[in-house]
Design a protein around this ligand. Structure first.
Ligand code: ZN
Length: 173
């Protein structure tokens, strides 16, 4: 394979990243080629290691390289409040606002009949399995059609639990 081919291949891979167009991909590729090999190796290693070791927290579904993530393991956080979000990046966004001290539940998706994603395809059953001792569930799925439908679906499921307060906040990342 010639150098040109390797370069095109790198550009094509970078262009697959979200928000990276062909021009940005090319700029990144030129930058990487201008760096010392150790620097590029450190980047490649960080990507591979993260991809191989990071998995879903056994309790909340957030990304972690432990069995249970640092938020679930933190006993100073209020376990009686669960904030339900679509993705791990929603957890990161809410954490950046610093005024939430409860726990999370990551659904890893939203109900979407158009894409054939039903309630059983996201982590709703796992949510129902961790309601003991919970007093409030905050539904913070995205304010789009799927997010609203998912929040409404979960709110209906939680209706029979009369001692749990269900709140809807529109949260978009
Ligand atoms: Zn967790």
């Amino acid at each position: 394979m010639s150098n040109i081919d390797s370069f095109s291949r790198l550009c094509a891979q970078l262009a697959k990243l979200p928000g990276i167009g062909r021009k940005s991909a090319q700029r990144m590729a030129y930058y990487l080629l201008s760096q010392p090999p150790e620097q590029v190796e450190a980047l490649a290693d960080a990507i591979l290691t993260a991809r191989r070791t990071v998995h879903e927290c056994r309790v909340c579904g957030n990304y972690t390289d432990q069995d249970v993530c640092s938020i679930c393991a933190d006993e100073r956080r209020d376990g009686s409040t669960i904030c339900v979000v679509r993705d791990p990046r929603d957890v990161a966004a809410i954490e950046r606002m610093r005024d939430y001290n409860g726990k999370y539940h990551v659904l890893h998706g939203t109900i979407s009949p158009m894409e054939g994603i039903g309630p059983d395809d996201i982590r709703i059953r796992e949510l129902l399995g961790r309601l003991s001792g919970v007093r409030e569930v905050i539904l913070a799925t995205n304010p789009d059609i799927e997010g609203e439908a998912t929040a409404a679906y979960i709110a209906r499921l939680l209706k029979p639990f009369s001692d749990i307060k269900v709140t809807r906040i529109a949260h978009g990342v």
